[in-house]
Design a protein around this ligand. Structure first.
Ligand code: GLU
Length: 485
């Protein structure tokens, strides 16, 4: 059996979007699942769209995501160069373009801008598309040679017949047949000598022995033209897998403004790499059972590209947040602390036991920025509404809370050991003596020391962090507020 070889072929045009990362991930998984090779190829033929620093983002993202390539610009596997602008210098694209010209499958075109602009408005089957009218196909050999000798700028176009149909196969979409008259004579070699993506992807995928091509379905409509090129050369067409669109919650194409369209945006918003990768794997693919949590290794073991769906995948940020929370829960504490510390430091003054606070929030947050709102009260008692003391289930009201706080104040003043356990014992003794439920005492105490309805820990754990002085100050403040009702 032939060795499975896949490639991720990004154009260095900016950030790495969720869709790009999904293509890279699926290519990686297909190769690794089958024990094959995963290759990185940089597609920089469109020099106008080139963005400085974009290649670094690609390397950084892939390394961080664990999508380690076996071959690429930095790892020669015998199929290099792996950057299209460098491949161009070897003359490979021109060589194959000329082969097509010799076969009658391509031709030189010398039409200038004005002439091409006048073609742009042609309407075919009610649709406005730019279809080249094959004007230069009619040039004689001598005319072509004379133009070339005169140094006239040219492009090389694919020659597609006006009659007949072309069929190609996609793993998800099945056989797709199009009328040749709908296919334009696309440019293979541009006037600057660079190949177009349309030509380079075919030449490169073939010469680099790529067996499976995964890409966004925006390439679906061009694929018949690529298949015609493969056929013209007599090359085997790779397995095509065109992935469904990724939409936002409103079923619109996931856009930059959503703020979570790229990998780096997501990291910035406090998501962890493993959760992002896990989530992206499920954007169009699902395993047989409904399992959702996968490490990269588990994805490699379970990934079957035949189970990719062709219906649009909705990027559900709520779901990703949930998944991220699951990853944070199962994270090793030291790793978690290292990531949480900057958020804690930003929110809290010095002198607090950040490790203890981190342990409180670890199972409660979904993304790291959630930390701030959850712990800010440790730094400063917020202004709060006294009605919070009244809690139906705890059977507390303003009067009962005032009584409890007044009772526990001297107990807490006398208490020397401000560890959670000791404080809990002290308050439990009071509960017992009073013959009430725990919550009847703990609710008002927790409200007083936190000023919040929801806290990541109970009253005594909070007081342990605050220490005696601050805890007492807050209890007294509570008494004062309740007295003024
Ligand atoms: N360079 C193309 C892109 O970034 C790659 C498409 C493909 O994988 O063939 O969209």
């Amino acid at each position: 059996m032939e060795k499975i070889r896949t490639r991720y072929a990004p154009s260095p045009t900016g950030k790495m979007h969720v869709g790009n990362l999904r293509s890279a991930l699926y290519e990686f998984l297909i190769a690794k699942h089958a024990g094959g090779d995963f290759m990185l190829r940089i597609e920089d033929t469109d020099q106008e769209r080139f963005v400085d620093g974009a290649i670094e983002i690609i390397y950084r993202t892939m390394a961080k995501a664990g999508l380690i390539h076996d071959e690429g610009p930095d790892k020669d596997g015998g199929y290099g160069p792996y950057v299209q602008s460098e491949r161009m210098k070897t003359g490979i694209y021109m060589k194959y373009a000329k082969e097509l010209i010799d076969k009658g499958e391509a031709y030189y075109c010398f039409c200038d801008r004005e002439r091409l602009a006048s073609l742009k408005t042609e309407v075919v089957e009610g649709k406005e598309i730019s279809v080249y009218d094959k004007h230069c196909l009619g040039l004689s050999r001598e005319e072509v040679q004379a133009n070339l000798d005169a140094g006239k700028p040219f492009v090389i176009r694919q020659n597609i017949p006006n009659e007949g149909t072309t069929t190609f196969h996609d793993e998800l979409y099945g056989d797709i047949t199009v009328e040749n008259s709908e296919l334009d004579d696309m440019i293979l070699i541009k006037s600057d000598g660079f190949p177009t993506y349309n030509f380079a992807n075919v030449v490169d995928d073939h010469t680099m022995n790529i067996t499976h091509v995964v890409r966004g379905n925006e390439y679906l409509s061009s694929s018949p033209k690529y298949v015609r090129l493969y056929d013209a050369f007599g090359w085997q067409v790779p397995v095509y897998i065109h992935l469904p669109l990724i939409t936002d919650e409103n079923h619109k194409k996931l856009a930059k403004r959503s703020g979570h369209a790229s990998f780096e945006d997501l990291l910035e918003r406090g998501f962890v790499t493993e959760a992002i990768i896990n989530y992206i794997a499920l954007l169009g693919w699902s395993p047989e059972d409904n399992r959702e949590i996968f490490t990269l290794q588990e994805l490699i073991e379970n990934f079957d590209y035949r189970r990719i769906s062709k219906s649009p995948a909705v990027f559900d940020i709520v779901k990703l947040r949930w998944m991220n929370g699951e990853y944070i829960k199962s994270m090793d504490f030291d790793v978690f602390y290292e990531m949480a510390e900057p958020y804690l430091q930003e929110t809290l003054p010095g002198g607090l036991d950040l490790k203890k606070i981190a342990a409180m929030v670890k199972t409660r947050i979904e993304v790291f920025p959630d930390i701030a709102e959850m712990v800010d009260f440790f730094g400063e008692l917020p202004e709060y509404d006294v009605t919070m003391y009244a809690h139906k289930k705890m059977k507390t009201d303003i009067a009962s809370s005032l009584e409890v706080l007044k009772d526990v104040l001297p107990i807490l003043e006398a208490q020397e050991d401000y560890s959670n356990d000791a404080l809990y014992q002290a308050l439990s003794a009071y509960v017992e003596q009073k013959g009430c439920k725990n919550g009847y005492v703990m609710w008002p105490v927790r409200t007083a020391v936190s000023g919040k309805q929801m806290t990541p820990a109970g009253a005594t754990e909070i007081m342990e962090i605050l220490g005696k002085e601050e805890s007492l100050r807050r209890i007294r403040k509570g008494i004062e507020l309740l007295q003024n009702v």
